[in-house]
Write a protein that binds this ligand. Structure first.
Ligand code: PRP
Length: 218
């Protein structure tokens, strides 16, 4: 008797990334009709035919679900992967959700990044900021963790600069701030639990190949 196929579980980042992910998945035949009902309070969605399960989670929780194997596969921004530092395989760049992690501030702060001054850096990403300043720039700084509206920090005098995501640049422009240095480019990535990668190698590889081909055709 054939062993029953187990479910492959996906953790998707709530919001715009999930929407774009589902649009791409649909193009390669992975559908989840249940998930399109926006009024629903359901947390987990199933495609019985393909033996797939999907759930939505806050970005920073996606790598956690994948590391512990509660999800086999995750879709999450590279910023979150870098910040969380979980044990997982990053296997595919989906090409959407493109933006940049940058050091930003008023133009007048540019000089502070050249001298070895102990400046204050506000950010939602303390690990990324610490790695950038300590390991790449060799500059000792004080990192202040914030949870949102990071651009406020240099305006009200909490910090000299910030490390934050820049997409269109309009938040910076509207607040008289500029990009001072680029830390790295970002986009949505597929991550896989290392044990799942071994146990479900065929199904996962097949899926990644389909996604890759579909992306190249666009
Ligand atoms: C992000 C980021 C910037 C802004 C950049 O914030 O932290 O503030 O978007 O986008 P832009 O370059 O297109 O203006 P988000 O809107 O996610 O909210 P947050 O401030 O609460 O983190």
């Amino acid at each position: 008797m054939e062993a029953e196929t187990r479910y492959l579980t996906f953790a998707l980042t709530k919001g715009r990334l999930a929407k774009q992910t589902l649009e791409l998945f649909e193009k390669v035949g992975i559908t989840c009709e249940e998930m399109k009902d926006t009024g629903s309070r359901k947390l987990i969605f199933v495609n019985e035919e393909l033996k797939l399960k999907f759930f939505l989670a806050k970005g920073p929780d996606v790598p956690t679900y994948v590391e512990y194997g509660a999800a086999d596969i995750g879709v999450v921004g590279r910023d979150t992967i870098m910040e969380e530092g979980r044990k997982l395989y990053e296997v595919l760049d989906l090409g959407f959700g493109r933006c940049r992690m940058c050091v930003c501030g008023p133009e007048s702060a540019r000089g502070l990044l050249k001298s070895q001054e102990r400046i204050r850096v506000a950010t939602k990403y303390p690990h990324i900021a610490k790695d950038y300043f300590y390991n790449q720039k060799n500059q000792t700084v004080e990192i202040i963790k914030l949870n949102g509206s990071i651009e406020l920090a240099p305006i009200v005098g909490l910090s000299e600069v910030i490390v934050d995501i820049v997409e269109t640049g309009s938040t910076l422009r509207e607040n008289g701030l500029v990009v001072l240095e680029e830390v790295c480019p970002l986009s949505a990535r597929v991550v896989v639990n290392p044990v799942s990668m071994r146990m479900e190698n065929e199904r996962i590889t097949q899926l990644l190949t389909k996604l890759n081909i579909c992306m190249q055709e666009e």
